[in-house]
Design a protein around this ligand. Sequence first.
Ligand code: NAD
Length: 269
Amino acid sequence: MLPGDVAMPQLGYGVWQIADDEAETAVATAIETGYRHIDTASAYGNEKGVGLGLKKSGLPREDLFVVTKLWNDAQGYESTLAAFEESRTKLATEYVDLYLIHWPIPSKALFVDTWKACEKLLADGVVRAIGVSNFQPAHLETLAQETGTVPAVNQVESHPMFRDTEIDAYGAEHGIVTEAWSPLGQGGVLTDPTLTAIAAEHGRSVAQVVLRWHLDSGRVAIPKSVTPSRIAENIDLDFVLTSEQLAAIDWMNTGERIGPDPLFFGSDA
Ligand code: NAD
């Protein structure tokens, strides 16, 4: 549960790298399969298709949890308000359930002003919750010192090969939900022998084991696939991992990211 009694489904459907004209079908398929939480971003270029998919599902808007993100070039107070309006129009929705600052871009020093605009969107009721993505503890501390709202969520790279334990700990201490992006390591973890052995013990797939591990660790996870059978597999998680199996997956952390380091990403933008 996020602040303001906002219920966020722990498993969502990520749509990065799904083209705008494929997003309608992909999102409608995911919703039909049982997903209620969709994760997009203005940078993904598919908010219009996502909005069409939400509509195609036929579900009432309040049954869905829609997340989008503010891209780096729109950081700043007024530009954030304008970018949000653009996203809202493309998504064809009256409100967004969770609005995230996509990256901190510390070199621009605009994320505090950007956050203040997010606070205004929250106060105006056009977003139900606000959060950040790729923020490091130092950036979260800056927000804590300079603003009055703690982010509801921090969406960060997290999968068996890379997990930032400092962010997990900071989030636990300050009531910030950690959300895993690339929860399957972009597919790179799916042939790992440790995971394959655990999956065999349960008669499940590696993807299912990894997603179960995220959920049992208290993280939100947003796997992406456009293949209907995988979309279905990734939400069929009704089984139990042992504490030994969870610990074995925890031990796989190499500390090596797939994505960019948030401390430096965007510094030459
Ligand atoms: P992911 O870890 O979800 O892996 C996706 C890939 O794994 C797919 O391309 C597919 O090939 C494969 N896959 C998925 N399910 C499978 C299954 N059951 N069996 C076999 N293979 C399977 O990677 P992702 O798309 O990078 O991340 C998920 C979502 O996270 C994105 O769509 C996006 O919404 C979000 N994201 C956010 C950021 C950020 O900076 N905030 C960055 C990257 C991704």
